[in-house]
Design a protein around this ligand. Structure first.
Ligand code: NAI
Ligand code: MG
Length: 506
């Protein structure tokens, strides 16, 4: 539990070139040019481990969003992008993935400094997964096939030729959060580019840096000017302006359910297309015939990976009575052994929460939970004197109506509840949430696992594993966890319009 406090000691661990990149005020990318905000405003980015200044970034608002949307429209309709062959477009998207891997360490360092997550994790997870998203999506560019559809032609069958053509939806506004800054940019940009759209990307104010560096790599890859525009700025200004901009054909949003609702309202005036990837409060269910050691390890990672700042975190644990004490004490022991520290320290296993605001939210839930009668088996408080560190926490003695059981905490806090039998009551408890993003089931009985999986209202169910993501697998939510799916073939429909063309041939 060794926390380094000085930002200088953190920055010492990154190469001089990156230090000097960070020391230069970072502009935004509009129409292929790196520009300052029209207002001239900038905002500060903080290192959440030390609470010290990390970088200064141009602060976009409605005027810059307007410039960016115009650039994206022009690139879509008048630039080389719209005339590029699917094969050339695919190769370009693939090249972006290559460039990400060529800058693996640098991007992982930026991610660690900006978000607080361990460099060692960003290097094996965030950055390679981001590259893979571009590599995977690049293959779709040449496979966006419509269908020949035989129609009955009313009284004249055989007199018509009908087929569908899949066309890019157009100019896409994308708004992303801070928990996986580079990966969220990749999840959004890669399918939009593969399908031939143009983009205005509004990055999170907490973590704009890796996406801005990615913007430089996009230009290096040879993306035509204006195809991707990246505007850092605040949600209420830049984000709201993008969601309401009449020049945008489609909005793709990842973030809170609360802001998801605002996005839908803003898009409703012109009935713009919307896809949403929102919050979760995912149940992780352990039956008494499970491989208990694997389940304890999986449930530990299920909640504490990325400091619990995952929309799909396995934050509600349901354990069969007979093994409840053994499982929760195993998870609590693991939690107590997690090394908290600065992300750039190789010994660190868990960093700080992303910001003062998130720290306030999470510690507010810890207080509310304990006031309502939940008991912390481990954790329950902040860690250290400085930085937004919260100890990994396991809460027991919970009741279904407690705030900590019902609401998304988005921090390293697990709520654990015992159950007697794997019956309707268990399914009802697991589904008793406004959310439906993910779920886990642990049992050696594969039939039982699949029966439960079929009945869970969740977009992803993991059996005897957790957090297994793949570019090829669709991800998204039931209920208030969102609209539509990210990744896999499924995401393509977010960015395509199907046009039915019918010719009379008789
Ligand atoms: P947020 O939803 O406010 O922020 C996400 C993105 O939306 C950011 O880019 C932000 O600038 C933008 N935004 C905020 N207000 C906006 C508006 N009025 N119009 C357009 N864009 C807007 O999330 P925040 O405040 O960072 O976190 C709050 C809670 O949301 C977290 O505690 C967590 O529960 C949840 N969350 C869920 C995420 C997910 O992956 N599904 C990611 C981040 C947060
Ligand atoms: Mg917010």
């Amino acid at each position: 539990m060794n926390v380094h406090l000085a930002s200088s000691s953190t920055l010492e661990k990154v190469p001089a070139a990156l230090r000097s990149w960070l020391a230069t005020p970072r502009p935004m990318l509009i129409n292929g040019k790196w520009v300052q905000a029209r207002s001239g405003k900038v905002f500060e980015v903080q290192d959440p481990a030390t609470e010290m200044h990390l970088a200064t970034v141009a602060e976009g608002d409605a005027a810059d969003i307007d410039d960016a949307v115009r650039a994206a429209r022009n690139a879509l309709e008048n630039g080389p992008w719209g005339r590029m062959s699917p094969s050339a477009r695919g190769r370009l998207v693939h090249r972006i993935g290559d460039l990400i891997l060529e800058h693996l360490d640098e991007l992982a360092q930026l991610e660690s400094l900006d978000n607080g997550k361990p460099f060692s994790v960003a290097r094996v997870a965030d950055v390679p997964l981001s590259a893979d998203m571009f590599h995977y999506m690049s293959g779709w560019s040449t496979k966006l096939e419509g269908k020949h559809i035989p129609i009955s032609g009313l009284a004249a069958p055989g007199q018509y030729l009908s087929f569908t053509r899949l066309e890019p939806v157009g100019v896409v506004g994308q708004i992303i959060p801070w928990n996986f800054p580079l990966l969220m940019a990749a999840w959004k940009l890669a399918p939009a580019l593969a399908t031939g759209c143009t983009v205005v990307l509004k990055v999170a104010e907490e973590t704009p840096l890796s996406a801005l560096r990615l913007g430089e790599l996009l230009m290096e890859a040879g993306l035509p000017d204006g195809v991707v525009n990246i505007v850092p700025g605040f949600g209420e200004t830049a984000g709201a302006a993008l969601a309401a901009h009449p020049g945008v054909d489609k909005i793709a949003f990842t973030g809170s359910t609360e802001v998801g609702r605002l996005i839908v309202q803003a898009a409703s005036r012109d009935l713009r297309k919307v896809s949403l990837e929102l919050g979760g409060k995912s149940p992780n269910i352990i039956l008494d015939d499970a491989d208990i050691d694997a389940a304890i390890a999986g449930a530990t990672a299920g909640i504490f990976f990325n400091h619990g700042q995952c929309c799909n975190a396995g934050s509600r644990l349901y354990v069969q009575e007979k093994i409840f004490d053994k499982v929760v004490s195993g998870i609590a022991a693991n939690a107590g052994n997690i090394k908290l520290g600065v992300g750039m320290d190789p010994a660190t296993e868990m960093g700080p929460l992303v910001s003062q605001v998130q720290y306030g939210r999470v510690t507010g839930y810890l207080k509310a939970g304990q006031e309502e009668g939940a008991r912390a088996l481990t954790g329950g408080t902040r860690h250290g004197e400085r930085g937004f560190f919260v100890k990994p926490t396991v809460l027991v003695d919970t009741k279904p109506d407690m705030k900590v059981v019902r609401e998304e905490i988005f921090g390293p806090v697990l709520v654990a509840t015992p159950f007697k039998d794997a019956d309707d009551g268990l399914i009802a408890a697991a589904n008793d949430s406004i959310y439906g993003l993910a779920a886990g089931v642990w049992t050696r009985d594969i039939a039982k696992a699949n029966q439960i999986a079929n009945r869970l209202k969740a977009g992803t169910v993991w059996v005897n594993c957790y957090h297994v993501f793949d570019s090829a697998l669709p991800f998204g939510g039931y209920k208030q966890s969102g609209w539509g799916r990210e990744m896999g073939q499924a995401v393509l429909s977010n960015y395509l319009e199907a046009k039915a063309i019918t010719s009379r041939i008789a």
